[in-house]
Design a protein around this ligand. Structure first.
Ligand code: ATP
Ligand code: ZN
Length: 719
């Protein structure tokens, strides 16, 4: 039973006393009346005054389809073809014949309709039959055909109405079927039908004490967020404590943060732990193609929540309805969403602070939300759920490693270090992937190597063992990657390298993995050294082969972007000065906020900056050319080399001898092409509200070694 409650929408019970169904009854009655009237008017029977009219016509042989209704004492008949022409031409007199003539004329106007029917009352069926038979005998004697008749018990109106209504009923049935399909009512059950529930909220309800089995223990890290959410639960459990002191209980809290950081998980934990009904739905559940449905669903949701108060409403991905109003107004389709949002705002205003309903919402696009939604009095609290840091990653690993069978020497610290920029969801995925890899190798337990393979696979994509690369190309790739590795190893502030590979994987033909610090401010020296290392690949090609290739495309792209950022955004260039042309609103994309003169200076400074670093990279490599060659040869031989090989060739980095405690904060392995890394950039910015150095460092890390790919492509095409 508990299961039922969990999985089925709550709209089943109120179905019975649904206010919408009354309209349907009205509609059905209306349709029936229209139907009957149509039926009546289409086959009207004209009432004649006397039976003598019939008998006259019968004597002439002008009647057909004669039916005697025994228990109502009535006769219906029609006039035959010859009769109709005769009546129109001849002068039958009497009021009945006037009537017949008129209706025959009318009938001619309406194309294709059947000949009109006439009726008259009789006192007794038996007596009438006698008269009828006597006329027939007369006709027989005169050599004419006898007129036949039929005796029936009762006029079957019901059957005729039904046969008329049947197609209408079928059409309605088809229509209802389509509507049900459109409102996605798979779980809605057969009985009531979704059509009645289209304006009902689609919230899943977790009743008191039957919540999810997620608890706060399952949410690792996120200490701050957890505390705030727990406080909300406390408000609901014991409002007295707060209201006694005059405090108002917040109406809502919105969880903001990058994807996969555990917002939904946190809300599920609230459902699991709070001892109150929990309504869970997604922003897109309000959206339907019919106007007014969204607003009606909001109304219904709040009504239900209030009935069960104290309760919690959770709206996931609220940006689906909460987007700022008024933008893109030229597209009419937004009206419906705005109505929905307006209704939500009204509802949030409508209930008092102490009504015992608290709204939780989650989004990863807080920037697009309507300001009215975020103001105090609605979502009073904004809870930031950030990407996990080293320590939090460790805790998340601990949660997700629990169900996995590990080999003895598994080291969670190590895993956390290997995964900078991973979100909680990424880590969950990694653990699963590692287990899959181990299973594929028929292992009894998951080993460290499986996790490393899983990291490689998640970051870099699948290995491409069969990719065809010529010997010269392989050599060029090896020297290029060795160049990156050597420069980053030898430049003090560059991220030290951890692993270099020339195994094709995903899009790339080779990759150098760095060990970036998790830092929030980047110094000029760090930026310059990173640029130098990025140019190291091309520099190595030049000093080794005497020619450069197109393979450094993405290195160059990254370096150029970073140089422009340094000069025109971070104010790190002496000539341009302490100015930033950064446009945090992203408004003036078409006009540059500086003069032509400044433009020229910026361009000049950027190319100077890059050229300097390129020369520096070349110098570093020239000084160590034999070591570079040794490294490249080793790479060609082993395909993957690690930090240890670099130490063997270049010796320890003198500046790497940090204290162990510091190291734990600093360390972490990083690929050149870490996709999750990108996700951290905006969050760091959003949070501080200003532009920190972090996104520079991120830009810096996001090197794709697609370059090698492109190099090959263009070599093929140009030569
Ligand atoms: N802090 C965490 N502790 C444990 N597991 C986590 C944590 N964060 C994320 N996860 C894992 O990642 C999965 C996805 O997280 P969740 O759906 O809560 O992310 P989200 O922030 O809601 O993402 P989105 O914004 O994309 O909806 C969870 O089911 C859980 O397995
Ligand atoms: Zn490169």
């Amino acid at each position: 039973m508990a299961k039922e409650n969990k999985n089925k929408p709550n709209n089943k019970k109120p179905n019975k006393k649904n206010p919408y169904s009354i309209y349907w009854i009205y509609a059905a009655i209306g349709l029936a009346i229209i139907g009957i009237q149509l039926f009546m008017s289409s086959s009207t029977t004209k009432q004649l005054q006397s039976k003598q009219t019939f008998l006259t016509l019968m004597e002439e042989g002008f009647v057909e389809n004669t039916i005697l209704w025994r228990n109502v004492g009535r006769v219906d008949f029609k006039i035959s073809e010859s009769g109709r022409t005769a009546i129109k031409q001849n002068d039958f007199s009497g009021s009945d014949f006037e009537l017949i003539k008129r209706s025959l004329n009318n009938n001619n106007n309406t194309l294709g309709s059947a000949s009109p029917q006439f009726s008259f009352d009789i006192a007794s069926t038996e007596a009438f039959i006698k008269e009828f038979e006597s006329i027939n005998e007369k006709r027989k004697a005169e050599g004419f055909d006898v007129i036949s008749y039929k005796v029936d018990e009762e006029h079957n109106y019901i059957g005729q109405i039904f046969s008329f209504l049947l197609p209408i009923i079928i059409i309605i049935a088809i229509w209802m079927f389509i509507m049900r399909r459109m409102s996605g009512g798979v779980g809605g059950g057969g009985a009531g039908g979704q059509i009645f529930n289209i304006g009902k909220s689609k919230a899943k309800v977790f009743e008191k004490g039957k919540g999810t089995d997620v608890t706060f223990k399952d949410v690792a890290g996120l200490e701050g967020a957890k505390e705030e959410v727990q406080e909300i639960v406390a408000f609901l459990k014991n409002p007295q404590k707060y209201t006694d002191l005059g405090a108002k209980i917040p109406k809502g809290a919105i969880l903001v943060g990058p994807p996969g950081t555990g917002k939904t998980l946190l809300a599920k934990a609230v459902a699991g732990e709070a001892d109150v009904p929990f309504f869970s739905l997604s922003g897109s559940d309000f959206v339907e193609m019919f106007v007014g449905v969204g607003a009606s669903r909001v109304r219904d949701l709040f009504k239900q929540a209030k009935e069960k108060s104290p309760s919690i409403i959770f709206i996931d991905e609220i940006d689906a309805i909460g987007r700022a109003r008024g933008k893109n107004n030229n597209m009419g389709s937004n009206d419906e969403r705005e109505n929905t949002l307006n209704q939500l705002l009204t509802e949030m205003d409508g209930f008092g602070t102490n009504s015992g309903v608290i709204i939780l919402a989650a989004t990863n696009r807080a920037d697009v939300l309507d300001k009215a939604l975020m103001r105090a009095g609605r979502f009073d609290r904004q809870i930031y759920v950030d990407m996990p840091d080293l320590n939090e990653r460790k805790q998340i690993f601990e949660v997700h490693l629990k169900p996995i069978k590990l080999s003895k020497e598994m080291d969670v610290d190590f895993l956390a270090k290997q995964t900078p920029g991973f979100s909680g969801a990424d880590i969950a995925n990694l653990c699963n992937e590692a287990a899959l890899i181990a299973a594929r190798k028929d292992k009894k337990a998951v080993e460290k190597q499986d996790f490393l393979d899983a990291v490689d696979r998640i970051i870099g994509g699948l290995e491409k063992k069969n990719k065809i690369i010529t010997k010269t190309e392989k050599r060029a790739i090896a020297f290029h990657e060795a160049g990156h590795a050597a420069v980053s190893w030898l430049a003090e502030h560059a991220h030290p390298l951890v692993k270099v590979t020339i195994v094709p994987r995903g899009q790339s033909l080779g990759a150098a993995w760095y060990l970036p610090e998790e830092r929030s401010i980047t110094t000029t020296e760090q930026l310059l050294d990173e640029m130098c290392a990025a140019l190291g690949g091309r520099a190595a090609e030049e000093i080794t082969f005497g020619k450069i290739s197109t393979g450094a495309l993405s290195d160059l792209e990254k370096v150029t972007k970073q140089a422009y950022a340094m000069v025109s955004i971070y104010g790190l260039n002496k000539v341009v000065g302490n100015v930033s042309f950064y446009d945090s609103q992203g408004q003036s994309q078409f006009t540059k906020p500086y003069s032509e003169e400044t433009n020229r200076i910026i361009d000049k400074e950027v190319s100077k900056l890059i050229e300097e670093q390129y020369q520096r990279a070349k110098n570093i490599l020239l000084e160590n050319q034999d070591k570079l060659t040794e490294l490249a040869e080793k790479l060609l031989e082993k395909e993957v080399i690690f930090k240890e090989d670099l130490i063997a060739i270049f010796g320890e980095r003198p500046w790497d001898k940090l204290s162990a405690a510091e190291k734990i904060q600093v360390a972490s392995e990083q690929n050149e092409n870490v996709e999750p890394k990108d996700k951290t950039a905006p969050s760091a910015q959003e949070k501080s509200g200003e532009h920190t150095g972090s996104d520079i460092s991120n830009e810096n890390k996001d090197t794709k070694d697609v370059e090698e790919n492109k190099r090959l492509d263009s070599e093929n095409s140009s030569e």
